[in-house]
Design a protein around this ligand. Sequence first.
Ligand code: NAD
Length: 349
Amino acid sequence: MSVRLLITGGAGFIGANLARSALSAPGIAHVRVLDDLSTGTREALRGVDVEFVLGSLLDDTALRRAVRDRDAVIHLGALPSVPRSVRDPVASHHANATGTLLLLQAARRADVGHVVVASSSSVYGANPALPKDELDWTRPLSPYAVSKLATEAYALAFASTYQLATLAFRFFNVYGPGQRHDHAYAAVIPRFVYAALRGEPVVYQGDGRQSRDFTYVDTVCSVLLDAVRRRVTHAHPVNLALGSRVDLVTVVGELERILDRPITVRHETPRPGDVRHSEASGVLLRQLFPEVRAVPIADGLVATVDWFQTFVTGPAGSAVAVDRVPAAPVEVVDQVGTVRRTVARTRSC
Ligand code: NAD
């Protein structure tokens, strides 16, 4: 079967990588993106020939337009980041929890066959177990984590209540090309790569020994596409990480090796709501997706550094002056249904 796919949050980091992969993936017939560009950018989809619905998950008209004639949805649209949610818990709740509920309702009404949602390792929160098994108890430590627990719980409840085929993944720390370094809530790897390339200090919030199960974005995209192609469902959430935990000191060491120069480090106080260590049990993921392969952090960082040097900083850390991405149109359908063509102007992932 060929899948007509909707990606919510498709102008974001993971979504844009996914859209690009989906276009060349076997078994995917058509890709539509729904995004309100609150954290994503149109530039992220530059050169990616998808149908773009500009609108919010919270807007009924945009949502109905987005789910129409879809076989599957990969729901990535959300306001990510723990600190963002600490600052504005209500906004995170609306986008992540209410947004998921409305998406599931719309999908059900439109007879969408399969919905895959993105939850987060942050739901384990205060549970110190390592590695994290999906059946371990959850205790969110931040409003963001609560909203992600709601995301996965709604998806699984729609399966049991309405027989909507769903799959809830818990992403761990996803990184790779296209991830933004340039906003207050940027993730650690793009911040470190950018600072290192510019010769600026990297900042540890704490002692740098906090560790994460870093997952390369291509691994996430290939599992998501395999899930919709084979219409994989599961009664419990599934960790989307493979148990390859490293600490921040190790990440900086790898970057020093790749760049062949020392990196200066500065220490700040730990952030509220952050967990110290995070590592997935990848057992269930490997059972459901036997072909999944982990990308070693060293290889993922090489590709990430390469992307930053090509599209963000230039090889010597200076800003990239020339637009090096080939232009291609992206179809934009705005909320009132006007179709127009646009060509994004700056860098892309
Ligand atoms: P991102 O911020 O780059 O992408 C999220 C996208 O959702 C953005 O394009 C944003 O504009 C869009 N969006 C936000 N609110 C919306 C709304 N109301 N309506 C429509 N679109 C909306 O983040 P990402 O890193 O690509 O994360 C994608 C998903 O994965 C999110 O659900 C996030 O919670 C989850 N996740 C990511 C990680 C990670 O390490 N990146 C870890 C755990 C979970």
